[in-house]
Design a protein around this ligand. Structure first.
Ligand SMILES: [Zn+2]
Length: 343
C-alpha cells in the first residue's frame, strides 16, 4: 500500500510540473485530489480495510502524500499565474498617448437658458430672483390682485383647480401671486423677478401650451413712475432681442395695474408681414405690465401714498420661439434632442 502512495505521489508531482496552463493544472489536481474519485483521495479510503496495527502508519503516509501534492499544485498555480500576468502585460499594453473617445456634453434647455439670461439682465439692474409656490390659493392668485370671485378678468385665466382632498387649491395661472407674497413679507424698496411655471386650460396651438413659463418682475419704491417702467422694459427688450428688433408698447388692461401696458415684438419668423407662427398678426405679445394698482399695494401692506411701483410679466417660451424663429411653441416641450441640440 505504501508503495502505491509513493508511486502516485511521484506521478502527480511530474504531471503538476508539466502542466503549462492553469486549466491543465486544475485537471491534474482534480485527478489526484478530487474529494470523490481522486486517485490519492481514493487511496485514503483503504484505511478502513487495513488491520488496526497498520492504520497509523498508512494514515501518516497518506497525509504526507496528499499534502505534498496539494502544496506542489499551489506552487505551480502561483508560477503559472504570474507568467500569465507577465504575458498580458507584454501583449495588452496601454498607449497613454492615444486620444480618448469624446464625451457628448449636454446643455440647458433653451427656455432655461433664456430664464438665466433674463435673470442676468435684471440682476444688473439690481433685481433679486425669487421663487414661490406653484400650487396657490384663490386669495393670492386672484383676490389680492383685484380679482374677487365673479370678476370677468378671471375668464382669461382658465384655471386648473385641484380636486378633493386639495379642493380650494389651484395651479397658479400666473407668477403674480409671488408679488403679493413678497410685498406681504418685505418692506420697500423691492426689486424682484420671479421665474416659474404656470398653467392655464388653453388648447394647444402654435402659440399656446397649457403649461408654460413666466418671469414676473416687481419694483416698489418711493417715486417710481411710468417713465421708470418704460425705461426698464426698453432696456430689457433690447438686451434680449437686439437693437434691430422692432418693439411696440400699447395701452392695455389688467385688474392689478393702472395704467397697463403691453409690449409686442415683431415676429421673428416673418419680420412683421404675418405668418402661421404669429397667427398673421406680424407682432407677438411678449410682455404685460403696468403701474401696480394702489389697492394691490394696500393688499400687500404697502401705503400707496408713500410708495409706488411697476410690475411686468413675460413669457420665456414665447421669447425662445421669437428669438430662434421657431414655428411652434410646442416644439419646446417635445424633448426632441435633434431640435433642442440646435440651441
Ligand atoms: Zn410671423
Amino acid at each position: 500500500m505504501a508503495v502505491d502512495l509513493q508511486e502516485l505521489t511521484k506521478q502527480a508531482l511530474e504531471e503538476i510540473a508539466r502542466a503549462d496552463s492553469l486549466d491543465q493544472l486544475e485537471r491534474v489536481r482534480l485527478r489526484y485530489l478530487a474529494r470523490h474519485g481522486g486517485l490519492i483521495s481514493g487511496a485514503g479510503a483503504r484505511l478502513r480495510e487495513l488491520p488496526a496495527d497498520q492504520r497509523a502508519a498508512y494514515g501518516r503516509d497518506f497525509n504526507a502524500a496528499s499534502g505534498a501534492v496539494h502544496e506542489a499544485a499551489e506552487r505551480r498555480r502561483e508560477e503559472l499565474s504570474s507568467a500569465e500576468l507577465e504575458r498580458q502585460a507584454g501583449e495588452e499594453w496601454v498607449d497613454m498617448s492615444h486620444p480618448g473617445s469624446p464625451l457628448s456634453r449636454g446643455h440647458a434647455h433653451p427656455v432655461a437658458q433664456l430664464v438665466r439670461e433674463i435673470e442676468d439682465i435684471f440682476s444688473y439692474l439690481g433685481y433679486q430672483s425669487v421663487s414661490g409656490p406653484e400650487l396657490e390659493d384663490d386669495l393670492h392668485n386672484f383676490q389680492l390682485l383685484n380679482m374677487p370671485p365673479e370678476h370677468p378678468a378671471r375668464d382669461a385665466h382658465d384655471t386648473f383647480y385641484l380636486a378633493a382632498p386639495a379642493a380650494g387649491w389651484l395651479y397658479r395661472t400666473h407668477t403674480s401671486p409671488v408679488q403679493m407674497r413678497a410685498m406681504l413679507t418685505s418692506k420697500p424698496p423691492l426689486r424682484i423677478i420671479v421665474p416659474g411655471k404656470v398653467a392655464r386650460r388653453d388648447n394647444p396651438d402654435p402659440t399656446h401650451n397649457p403649461v408654460f413659463h413666466q418671469v414676473e418682475g416687481l419694483c416698489v419704491d418711493s417715486g417710481v413712475t411710468v417713465g421708470d417702467l418704460k425705461g426698464t422694459l426698453e432696456y430689457a427688450l433690447r438686451a434680449l432681442f437686439g437693437r434691430d428688433r422692432r418693439v411696440r408698447l400699447r395701452a392695455s388692461f389688467f385688474p392689478y395695474t393702472e395704467p397697463s401696458l403691453e409690449a409686442d415684438v415683431a415676429c421673428g419668423v416673418c419680420q412683421g408681414s404675418g405668418c402661421r407662427s404669429c397667427l398673421n398678426k406680424g407682432w407677438v405679445e411678449i410682455l404685460g405690465s403696468g403701474m401696480v394698482h394702489p389697492q394691490v399695494l394696500r393688499n400687500g401692506g404697502i401705503d400707496p401714498d408713500r410708495f409706488s411701483g411697476f410690475a411686468f410679466g413675460m413669457g420665456p417660451d414665447r421669447i425662445a420661439v421669437l428669438r430662434y424663429g421657431m414655428a411652434d411653441v410646442r416644439d419646446l416641450y417635445e424633448n426632441d434632442l435633434r431640435l433642442l441640440e440646435r440651441f
